[in-house]
Write a protein that binds this ligand. Sequence first.
Ligand code: ADP
Ligand code: MG
Length: 263
Amino acid sequence: MADRAAVEVRGVSRTFRGPRGEMVALKDVNLTIGAGEFVTVVGPSGCGKSTLLNLIVGLIEPTQGELWYAGEPYRGINHDIGYVTQADNLFPWRTVLRNVTFGLEMRHIGTRKDRRRRALELLDQVGLQGFAGHYRHELSGGMRQRVNIVRTIAYNPKVILLDEPFGPLDVQNRLQLQDLLLRLWQSRPGTTVIFITHDLTEAIALGDRVVVMSARPGRVREVFPVTLPRPRDIYTIHTNQIFRSLYDKVWAHLAEEMRVTTS
Ligand code: ADP
Ligand code: MG
């Protein structure tokens, strides 16, 4: 892990008021994520993974505890953090190019020409050259998710949160996008990634550490360092012996939590 902390989740709990009273979504979560680290998070459905990202980006506030960024506590939206949600949320009335330049326009980054150039370069890197003038409805699911990631990466946020971004994709698209994400991350040293997934293979293949959360109320159950070297070949890494033994070890924990959810 990097020696400098990017994001620190300190004793964070979050309660929601529902029709049947209060519901504790997260309870006393503690997590320190180093600058430049790629951390993946797995846990049973409903354990508060999305809530955790919403708290980190500042869309919601903790009921208890604090969030720290670069050594300081913060509240409200953290503008150094980019958020790639599961739904692509692309603007249907903007072209692919103008979806990518949107975040740059909002942040007044570069001239119109610079923004256009940067967007085209990134689209090129993810294999979408030739689709700059297309609209959302003209793209496949995999293409939409490429645009979704690129438009967040375009403004170079120091921290990127991704919430099950490859969930609905087929295996080939998933692997291609995992590979792309690793390349984009590696070409931006110091960028911190927090990546949520329900796929343990993906969590281990991508992460420096895998965080396993417990069933509701969500807590950090265990954190596993991934000692696989980088760069990683996403297409074959699951055959590696280190990968396999780590998978079995983490799976035992995850399976226990999944049983808790259904019982
Ligand atoms: P996960 O992403 O791990 O599946 P979530 O973070 O979406 O889990 O949700 C955790 C729990 O908190 C769920 O029981 C969910 O219904 C509840 N929850 C999440 N957001 C809200 C909200 N805005 N209002 C009420 N309950 C919520
Ligand atoms: Mg979720």
